[in-house]
Design a protein around this ligand. Structure first.
Ligand code: FAD
Ligand code: GLY
Length: 381
């Protein structure tokens, strides 16, 4: 059997994207997932590609997000050709709406910074918003329209990445938990799993919220903690919206077949994935304020997931400073779906010995929280 080039730990959207990108470069990889593929955060996500609408300042995250968003059109075609899966890429724009005067001020500030870097974003009056989206509430004060911020179907994207990787030769092992890392003389040599030992000299930790303890085994402190998000979906015969609507209280993401996803709550430090009435009723109240007609729709279902958050809100991306062959791609918090193509591409580049020339990755260094005292780990700075 051909020797493995790399072991990827975690079959969420990040690990699956890495498996796809490495396989597409001819590398022989194995993807290890302790449950089913995409059974955690990646299955819960609303799929917004909010590279502009969810960002609050110019910086490395904004650059990474826009670079990743730009990869989606080609990716959607490539994944469909390899797997037959349609990832549901829609580019009908995102409206970040203002409910209060404070929202107007904040959105105008966001608009201004987008313009300094030459990104398209414009302010629409309520009348203009209602021309695009007649169902929207007449109590809103206007909105920022970002034409480029589209959306995908997150569970499909995750599966498409993994199945495309398999089509290109990757091994996919579900119900296989990585228990520990194996290394000697400053180099990775493999991992111990619930199903036995696997050897490779490159190991990528992409285990979302659960990445921290594995990294501790390699002496690396990357505190990652869960932020639970609850969502629900409703159905209507005719779609209530064309664009995604985003506000402080909730967002509304129209999917195919008249389905509308409403998200999401945010409860930090909770591994408890129970969907609560408190969470859903809060979301419904906010959704009614934005789209009064939602009360006439048919209930579909509710769910939750755990966003992997870090101390500074930025993912950990890079190689272990002293252990050769150990890479980290974890902590993508609210934007893992958006950031998945670029994350996969970066890790495949590193595995080939290439360094990133366009983006600045310093802010994502994996050892940036190495000296954070234990009592601060898990508390957002
Ligand atoms: P996960 O999907 O959590 O995958 C990690 C995987 O690793 C899991 O499957 C787990 O079982 C596995 N694992 C853990 N430990 C081990 C081990 N020891 N051995 C083997 N396997 C292991 N992002 C966007 O870009 N747009 C959105 O609109 C959006 N909406 C969201 C809405 C909600 C409600 C939530 C919760 C998240 C949302 N996100 C969104 C964020 C996005 O879902 C996450 O950032 C992304 O899914 C993280 O992917 P991941 O692969 O790192 O983690
Ligand atoms: N990005 C949307 C969320 O995390 O809820």
């Amino acid at each position: 059997m051909k020797q493995l080039d790399a072991i990827i730990i975690g079959g969420g959207v990040i690990g699956s994207s890495i498996a796809y990108h490495m396989s597409a470069r001819g590398m022989n990889v194995i993807l290890l997932e302790r449950d089913r593929l995409g059974s955690q955060a990646s299955n819960a996500a609303a799929g917004m590609l909010a590279a502009q609408a969810e960002m609050t300042e110019v910086g490395p995250m904004f650059d990474l997000a826009r670079a990743s968003r730009a990869l989606f059109p080609k990716l959607a075609t490539d994944l469909r050709e390899l797997t037959g899966i349609d990832i549901g890429l829609k580019r009908k724009g995102l409206l970040r709406v203002a409910v209060t005067e404070a929202d107007v001020t904040e959105i105008q500030r966001t608009l201004a910074f987008q313009k300094t870097v030459g990104e398209q974003a414009e302010w629409l009056s309520l009348e203009q918003v209602k021309q695009r989206e007649p169902g929207i509430s007449s109590d809103l004060l206007g909105a920022m329209l970002v034409e480029e911020d589209g959306q995908v179907d997150a569970p499909e994207l995750c599966l498409a990445f993994a199945k495309a990787a398999a089509a290109l030769g990757a091994q996919i092992k579900e119900f296989t938990e990585v228990k520990s890392l194996i290394y000697a003389h400053g180099r990775m040599t493999g991992v111990v799993t619930s199903e036995g030992t696997v050897h490779a000299d490159q190991v990528i930790i992409a285990s979302g919220t659960w990445s921290g303890p594995l990294l501790e085994q390699a002496g690396l402190t990357c505190p990652i903690y869960p932020v639970k998000g609850e969502c629900f979906s409703v159905l209507s015969h005719t779609p209530l919206l064309q664009s995604t609507i985003f506000s402080h209280g909730c967002y509304l993401v129209p999917k195919k077949g008249g389905r509308l996803v409403v998200g999401a709550t945010a409860t930090a430090h909770s591994y408890d994935r129970k969907v609560t009435l408190k969470g859903i009723s809060k979301l419904l109240e906010s959704a009614k304020q934005l789209l009064p007609g939602i009360v006439e729709t048919e209930w579909e279902r509710a769910w939750s997931g755990l966003r992997p958050q870090t101390l500074d809100g930025l993912p950990y991306l890079g190689e272990h400073p002293s252990l050769k062959g150990l890479y980290v791609a974890a902590g993508h918090y609210r934007n893992g779906i958006l950031l998945s193509p670029m994350t996969g591409k970066l890790v495949a580049d590193w595995a080939e010995g290439k360094t990133e020339k366009v983006l600045s990755l310093e802010a994502f260094r994996v050892d940036r929280h190495q000296n954070v005292p234990n009592e601060r780990a898990g508390v957002l700075l």
